[in-house]
Design a protein around this ligand. Structure first.
Ligand SMILES: *Cc1c(COP(=O)(O)O)cnc(C)c1O
Length: 788
C-alpha cells in the first residue's frame, strides 16, 4: 500500500522542516505515525462503516495492554522493509524508535489478552471493537534500589500519542450524583494482517464540562471551575496497578461506570443512526465483558434504554440486556470476585442502583419459578449483606459465561459458580485463551519466522498458525534443528546484549535461559523458583548434586505497590542472586537476574530467547496463562504444573517434550485439608535449609522483617490463610527433580532441540485467531465483513 517514497515524503512533510538527522526519535515517531495514519484512514473509515451496518461485537475492558504500536503496525501493513529503507535514506534508523514507550494501559494477562483479541478480530475481518479508558498514566515503571521495587509514574503520552485520533464530535456526558463529566474518545486503529480491514479501539478520556478559563475574574467561579477540572480529569488519570483485588474503591467504581456509560451511549447513538430504532438492538449487538470490571454496564444499559427518549419498559430493556451481554471470568481467587458496597453504589449512581434492585427482584422471582431451593437462591443473591456481587450479576444478566482454559471452566462449573451452573448449564462455555502470532512470533522473532516461512514455502502461518504442524516432519532433520539452534543462539545473544545495556549485568548466552516472566503473585510461586535455585545452590556446594549445565535464571515481574509479600519476594530473589554470585563454585553454574520494568516490549525480547518456560503456579490457581503460549511458540519447553493452559500445551506438544511436576488439582483437594507444612519442614533437612535462608541471615531483607513474615506465612499461616496455602514446600522436591531432568536433557542439544521444535509445531491451537473465531461463532454470532 505505501511505498518507500510515499513514506519518505510523508515523514518529511510531517517534520515541518526539521532535519530528520537532528530530529528526536519522538519527533520521527510522530512523523511516521502521522504518515501511516493518513494512509490508512480510508480503509479504517470503510471498516467502521461496515461494522456499524453489521451484527457486531464490542469488547469492554478496563485494560488494553497494547504495548508499542509502531513496529507492529508496520509489520501488519507489510511495509517494515520500506520503512527501514525510508529511514535509512533520511539518514536515520528505524531501530531508533526502540526508545518509544509502550502503551501500558493494563496490568498483565487480562489486558494483554484484550489487545491480542482485537488484533485477531481485525485479521479475521470480524466486526469487533474495543472500548476502554485512556489512562494518562499507564502501569507504573519499575526500578530496583538495593533489590527493592520502586515505582515511578508512567507518563506515556509525554511526547504525544501518534497512533490515536481524538474524536471531538463523539464526546458524550457521563453523570454521577452531583457531578457531570465529559467523555472524549480517542480511537486507535487495530490493523489486520493480510487484509484491508481495520478494527477500532476507542478509549475514553475524562474532561471537565466547562472549559477551565471561564470567568477568570470571578474568583468563586474560577475556583469552582478549577476544582471541577481536577476532579473530572482524576477519573482517567491512572490505571490501578493491582492485578486482582481493588483498592481506592470510589474512584475505581467511577472509572468503571465512566467508560461503560460513555461506551453504551456511543453504541446506542451509532445504532440509531444506522437503523433508526433500537428495537433490533439485540439482533445487531453483542458485548463481551472482560472480567467483572465492566459489569456495571448491565444496569446502565437498562437505564439508558428506559430513558424517555428511548422509552422501553424495564422488562423489555432487561430482556435485551440479557441477550446482548456475555461474561468472561478470569480468576477463581475468592478475594478477586468484585463486590461493591451498596451505600457506595447508591450514593454515586442512584439511578443505576435502583435498576440493580429491580434486577435482583426479578432474579428472586425467577429462582422461585424455577423451583430453585431457598438456601441455594439465597447463596446466589445479587445483593447480599450490603454488597452488590458483580460476578453474580454478570452470570445472571448475560447470555453466556466463559472460563479461559479447559480446567478453569471446569473449576467454575464445579466450585466457584456451581450454583449457577446448576440453574443455567447451557450458558457455560470454555474459550481457551490465545496470543497473536503477529506480535509474538513474526514481530519478536523475525529470524525464526524466516526459517518457518522458508520451510513452509509461505508465510500463511501468520494467519493460519495451524500450518506449523506441517513442520513436524523436520523434527529429526539435524540440518533444520541446527538452523533452529543457531537462531535461538542469536536471540540469546541479542537478549544478553540488551540486558548488559539495560541492567548492567553480563549473562552467558551459552548457558540455558530459564525464564519466569509474569506479574509477581504468591500463587504464581516465584518464591518456589527461588527456593529451587537455593536447593541447587546447597546441593552443588555439598556435592549431593553432582554437576549441572550452566543456567541463567531470568525473572521479570512487577508487584502491586501495596502488596507486601510480593515485594518481599522480589527482594528475596535479588538476595539469592547475590548469594549465588558470591560463591566461586556455584557462580560458574548458576546466574540469577531480575530484569527491571518487565513490560510487553521486554517480553518480546525474553520469549524469543528462552529455552525453558517457567509456569509453576499451584494447580487450580492460574486460570489460563498466556505467557506460557508466547514462550512455547518461540521454542521454549514448559517446566510447569498441571494448571491453566499448561495442560492443553502438554496435550498438544506431548508430555515427553515438556517437564511437568507437582500435585494436581484433584490431589490437592485431598492433601490441603490436612497438609502440615511444619511437618515437612522438620522432617526434610533440605527443605528446611532452603526455607531457613529467610531468617538465618543467609538472605537479608534490610531489617524490614518482610522475610520473617514470608517464613511465617509458610509455616504458621496468617489470620486469613492456612500455612503454605500455595503448597510451595509440598511441590519443591518434585519441582527440583523436574528442573534437574530438564537440565540434564539439555546436554544432548539435538534431542533437546527436537523437543523445542515440536513445541513450536504444536502451538497452532494457541493462536488468539482460534479463540476469537470460537467467540464469533459460539457466543457473538457475528460474521466476517468485507472491506475493499
Ligand atoms: C503475556 C503477558 C503477561 C501475562 O503473563 P502470564 O505468564 O500469563 O501471567 C503479563 N505481562 C506482560 C507484559 C505480558 O506480555
Amino acid at each position: 500500500m505505501m511505498k518507500k517514497e510515499a513514506l519518505k515524503t510523508g515523514i518529511l512533510n510531517a517534520l515541518h522542516g526539521v532535519d530528520p538527522k537532528t530530529a528526536t526519535p519522538q519527533q520521527l515517531h510522530q512523523a511516521l505515525g502521522e504518515t501511516v495514519m493518513e494512509a490508512i484512514a480510508p480503509d479504517w473509515k470503510k471498516s467502521m462503516d461496515a461494522h456499524e451496518h453489521s451484527r457486531r461485537a464490542c469488547y469492554f475492558s478496563m485494560e488494553f495492554l497494547v504495548g508499542r504500536a509502531v513496529y507492529n503496525n508496520l509489520l501488519v501493513l507489510d511495509v517494515m522493509q520500506e520503512a527501514e529503507e525510508a529511514f535509512a535514506e533520511l539518514g536515520v534508523s528505524l531501530s531508533d524508535l526502540e526508545v518509544i514507550e509502550d502503551a501500558a494501559l493494563g496490568n498483565g494477562g487480562l489486558g494483554r489478552l484484550a489487545a491480542c483479541f482485537l488484533d485477531s478480530a481485525a485479521t479475521l475481518d470480524l466486526p469487533l471493537d474495543g472500548y476502554g479508558i485512556r489512562y494518562k498514566y499507564g502501569l507504573f515503571k519499575q526500578y530496583f534500589e538495593d533489590g527493592c521495587q520502586k515505582e515511578v509514574p508512567d507518563d506515556w503520552m509525554r511526547y504525544g500519542d501518534a497512533w490515536s485520533v481524538r474524536r471531538e464530535e463523539d464526546a458524550v456526558l457521563v453523570e454521577f450524583a452531583g457531578q457531570t463529566v465529559r467523555a472524549v474518545p480517542y480511537d486507535m486503529p487495530v490493523i489486520g494482517c493480510k487484509t484491508k480491514h481495520i478494527g477500532n479501539l476507542r478509549l475514553w478520556q475524562a474532561e471537565p464540562v466547562h472549559t477551565f478559563d471561564f470567568d477568570l475574574f470571578n474568583q468563586q467561579k474560577y475556583l469552582e471551575a478549577a476544582a471541577e477540572t481536577v476532579y473530572a480529569e482524576d477519573i482517567s488519570r491512572v490505571l490501578y496497578p493491582s492485578d486482582d483485588t481493588w483498592e481506592g474503591k470510589k474512584l475505581r467504581l467511577k472509572q468503571q461506570y465512566f467508560f461503560c456509560a460513555a461506551s453504551l451511549q456511543d453504541i446506542l447513538k451509532k445504532h440509531k443512526a444506522a437503523y433508526g430504532t433500537l428495537d433490533n438492538l439485540a439482533d445487531k449487538l453483542a458485548i463481551q465483558l472482560n472480567d467483572t470490571h465492566p459489569v456495571i454496564s448491565v444496569p446502565e444499559l437498562v437505564r439508558q434504554l428506559m430513558l424517555p427518549e428511548n422509552g422501553y419498559t424495564f422488562e423489555r430493556a432487561f430482556g435485551m440486556a440479557r441477550q446482548i451481554f456475555h461474561y468472561t471470568n478470569h480468576t477463581v481467587m475468592p478475594e478477586a470476585l468484585e463486590k461493591w458496597d451498596c451505600n457506595l453504589v447508591q450514593q454515586l449512581l442512584p439511578a443505576v442502583y435502583d435498576i440493580i434492585l429491580r434486577i435482583e427482584e426479578q432474579f428472586m422471582t425467577e429462582m422461585y419459578q424455577k423451583g430453585v431451593d431457598k438456601a441455594q437462591a439465597n447463596r446466589m443473591k445479587l445483593v447480599q449483606d450490603g454488597m452488590v456481587h458483580m460476578a453474580r450479576i454478570a452470570v445472571y444478566a448475560s447470555a453466556h459465561t466463559n472460563g479461559v482454559a479447559a480446567i478453569h471452566t471446569e473449576i467454575l462449573k464445579d466450585s466457584v459458580l456451581k450454583d449457577w451452573y446448576q440453574v443455567y448449564p447451557e450458558r457455560f462455555q470454555n474459550k481457551t485463551n490465545g496470543i497473536t502470532q503477529r506480535r509474538w512470533l513474526a514481530l519478536c522473532n523475525p529470524e525464526l519466522s524466516g526459517l518457518l516461512t522458508e520451510l513452509l514455502g509461505s508465510d500463511d502461518w501468520k494467519i493460519h498458525l495451524d500450518d506449523l504442524k506441517q513442520l513436524e516432519r523436520y523434527a529429526d532433520d539435524t540440518a533444520v534443528l541446527e538452523r533452529f539452534l543457531a537462531i535461538k543462539q542469536t536471540k540469546k545473544e541479542q537478549l544478553a546484549a540488551y540486558i548488559a545495556e539495560k541492567e548492567g549485568v553480563q549473562i552467558d548466552p551459552q548457558s540455558i535461559f530459564d525464564i519466569q516472566i509474569k506479574r509477581l503473585h504468591e500463587y504464581k510461586r516465584q518464591l518456589l523458583n527461588a527456593f529451587s535455585i537455593l536447593y541447587l545452590y546447597f546441593g552443588l556446594k555439598d556435592g549431593s548434586i553432582a554437576d549441572i549445565t550452566p543456567v541463567t535464571f531470568l525473572f521479570g515481574a512487577k508487584s502491586a505497590p501495596g502488596y507486601r509479600r510480593a515485594k518481599a519476594i522480589i527482594k528475596f530473589i535479588h538476595e539469592v542472586a547475590k548469594l549465588v554470585e558470591a560463591d566461586p563454585l556455584v557462580s560458574q553454574k548458576i546466574k540469577v537476574v531480575f530484569v527491571s520494568n518487565y513490560n510487553v516490549s521486554y517480553a518480546e525480547k525474553l520469549v524469543a530467547a528462552a529455552d525453558v518456560s517457567e509456569q509453576i503456579s499451584t494447580a487450580g490457581t492460574e486460570a489460563s496463562g498466556t505467557g506460557n503460549m508466547k514462550l512455547m511458540l518461540n521454542g521454549a519447553v514448559t517446566l510447569g504444573t498441571y494448571d491453566g493452559a499448561n495442560i492443553e500445551i502438554v496435550e498438544e506438544a506431548g508430555e515427553e517434550n515438556n517437564y511437568i511436576f507437582g500435585a494436581k488439582v484433584e490431589e490437592l483437594e485431598q492433601i490441603m485439608p490436612t497438609y502440615d507444612s511444619r511437618k515437612l519442614f522438620s522432617e526434610n533437612e533440605k527443605i528446611r535449609r532452603v526455607v531457613e535462608t529467610l531468617i538465618d541471615g543467609t538472605c537479608c531483607d534490610g531489617g524490614s522483617g518482610d522475610f520473617r513474615e514470608l517464613y511465617y506465612s509458610l509455616l504458621d499461616g496468617a489470620s486469613w490463610h492456612a500455612p503454605d496455602n500455595y503448597y510451595l514446600l509440598g511441590d519443591l522436591e518434585s519441582y527440583v527433580a523436574a528442573k534437574l531432568r530438564c537440565n540434564g536433557d539439555y546436554t544432548d542439544r539435538m534431542a533437546f532441540a527436537k523437543k523445542q521444535w515440536l513445541n513450536i509445531c504444536n502451538a497452532g491451537k494457541f493462536s488468539s485467531d482460534r479463540t476469537i473465531a470460537d467467540y464469533a461463532e459460539n457466543i457473538w454470532n457475528i460474521q466476517a465483513v468485507t472491506v475493499d
